[in-house]
Design a protein around this ligand. Structure first.
Ligand code: KIV
Length: 286
């Protein structure tokens, strides 16, 4: 399969085929998402939460973003790669261009993402006129919120909705080629997606956007620092915890002297036997 281009992403919007996007920060998850056929991978500054263990994204630096973008870029073959510009890295036009150039290019990202605070149109225009493709992010902006409990849906009232729609139009006029809408009321997100020509990708903004993006740790529900309603069920974390416990008690401690090296398939086999026994016990109990 050839590399996903911006042209291909635009054509998905035209054909009304949903655009899929996931975050990744390391080689293994990036390869997994890429092999599954994801359209877009975002090296998000959510890495401040899920990789670095902070309660928000604020302390992520441009060097952190370069480090993770280089790893992800080296590990994928097809997906379109976007890298976040972290908080404080795009305050003036020259500062933004200097930092964006570190993230885009050979063996790096195809596009940068900025959180649009209403006054950033000149930053977008400057990056675009210097051949740096830009994705913008509106709605709830993680770089301006310290605590995840303060994440509230926006765009429910008429005034809020009109403000967001005007921002989205301004962003498109400024040259941004993709828009991410986070925690926006679904009716407002639908209007934005229908009004703009550029693809609008939602997170927590209802099903009527041109695509959906998720933080991969939320998809697998394996983050301890992000509490979000978007997390899926508990099966995967339960399997991971069970495998770790079986490893610690059965293999690492009990058999340590006799069998320090073992095939990981044995571990999974033990887990399956334990799960099978649980199901049989439940069957006879009922
Ligand atoms: O940093 C991130 O992961 C993001 C997504 C939530 C869109 O910006």
């Amino acid at each position: 399969m050839p590399k996903v281009s911006l042209k291909k992403i635009n054509s998905l919007k035209k054909k009304r085929v949903g655009i899929s996007a996931l975050t990744s920060y390391d080689a293994s998850f990036a390869r997994l998402a890429d092999d599954c056929g994801i359209d877009i991978i975002l090296v998000g500054d959510s890495l401040g939460e899920v990789i670095q263990g902070h309660s928000n994204t604020h302390s992520v630096t441009i060097n952190d973003m370069c480090y993770h973008t280089e790893i992800v870029s080296r590990s994928i073959q097809k997906a379109f790669l976007i890298a976040d510009m972290p908080k404080g890295s795009y305050e003036t036009k020259s500062h933004a261009l200097k930092n964006a150039k570190k993230l885009v290019g050979d063996n790096m990202a195809d596009m940068v993402k900025i959180e649009f605070n209403g006054k950033d149109a000149h930053i977008i225009e400057h990056l675009i006129s210097n051949n740096i493709p830009v994705c913008s992010h509106i709605g709830v902006l993680p770089q301006t919120i310290s605590n995840r409990k303060d994440y509230k849906k926006v765009g429910k009232t008429k005034d809020e909705a009109n403000k967001l729609i005007s921002e989205a139009i301004l962003i498109e006029k400024s040259g941004s080629q993709i828009l991410i809408v986070e925690c926006i009321d679904s009716a407002t997100a639908k209007i934005i997606s229908k009004t703009l020509d550029i693809p609008v990708i939602g997170i927590g903004s209802g099903k009527n956007c041109d695509g959906q993006i998720r933080v991969i740790y939320d998809l697998f529900n394996i983050s301890f620092t992000r509490s979000t309603k978007l997390a899926t069920d508990v099966t995967l974390p339960a399997i991971m915890v069970s495998l770790s416990i079986i490893f610690i008690y059965l293999f690492s401690s009990l058999f340590f002297d006799s069998s320090p090296d073992f095939d990981m398939r044995v571990l999974f086999g033990v887990l399956l036997v334990v799960l099978g026994l649980c199901i049989i016990c439940k069957y006879f109990k009922d």
